[in-house]
Design a protein around this ligand. Structure first.
Ligand code: ADP
Ligand code: MG
Length: 238
């Protein structure tokens, strides 16, 4: 399970409204990509979904339950950041298992889940290393593995490939697509890369200045952009 409903979500920082009434339905197992220019509110929307930021008004509903007042750790969500956010002093294994340990998951269960995730992400040879001993691509796989072991209903990715070079970006994108097929989990993925959006998404959400310009499948947006803005981002040149 992992359906999500965002109902008229608004978010202001002081006098500045950065989300101006977002409405979105995500069905269980869907891969949804948010695209839009820098500063349009993509990260803020992810943070509101995760509970890292309170909305000013509106509701976030997961599997039919209003989670607007539910703390982040209880929402069944795991988030992967552009900067990996790993603990430098912990091994790969302990980075992956820390959240589960803090939630009092039995050690045998933590090991079982790390075994599965590290196999899926080809991280087995690196489990005893520290982040400084890994490449950028390996670090991002650890960050993804840390999300996987939590068995979330909903994965949130905030520009996870932006710090990687072109070749690694392709590999890691394919791994994320494969993960989606294997886990059948709901994934929401922020990018400003058109290729990532077109290849990963079941559904693309085009954001602009705190509003949704258009929602649709990749080919739908490509062939029938609602306006010049969407065409500029996704559509074929006019
Ligand atoms: P994106 O991820 O699409 O680049 P963000 O969601 O990070 O955009 O930011 C949207 C807008 O909100 C930007 O103008 C940004 O400066 C502003 N903003 C984001 N976080 C804060 C904050 N904690 N305090 C004040 N303004 C913020
Ligand atoms: Mg952002």
């Amino acid at each position: 399970m992992g359906s999500l409903n965002i109902e008229n979500v608004k978010k202001a920082f002081g006098p500045v409204e950065v989300l101006k009434g977002i409405n979105l339905e995500v069905t269980d197992g869907e891969f949804v990509v948010f695209v839009g220019p820098s500063g349009c509110g993509k990260s803020t929307l992810l943070r509101v979904i995760a509970g890292l930021e309170d909305s000013t008004s509106g509701r976030v509903v997961i599997d039919g339950q209003d989670v607007s007042a539910t703390p982040p750790a209880k929402r069944g969500i795991a988030m992967v950041f552009q900067t990996y956010a790993l603990y430098p002093h912990l091994t790969v294994k302990n980075n992956m298992g820390l959240g589960l340990k803090q939630a009092n998951t039995p050690a045998a269960e933590i090991d079982r889940r790390i075994g599965i995730a590290s196999s899926m992400l080809s991280l087995e040879p690196y489990l005893e290393r520290r982040p400084a001993e890994l490449s950028g691509g390996q670090r991002q796989r650890v960050a993804i593995g840390r999300a996987v072991v939590r068995e979330p209903k909903l994965f949130l990715f905030d520009e996870p490939l932006s710090n990687l070079d072109a070749a690694l970006r392709v590999n890691t994108r394919l791994e994320i697509a494969q993960l989606h097929r294997r886990l059948k989990a709901t994934m929401i993925y922020v990018t400003h890369d058109q290729v990532e959006a077109m290849t990963l998404a079941d559904k693309i959400v085009v954001l602009n200045a705190g509003r949704i310009e258009q929602i649709g499948g990749p080919m739908e947006l490509y062939n029938s952009p609602a306006n010049e803005f969407v065409a500029g981002f996704i559509g074929s040149p006019k």
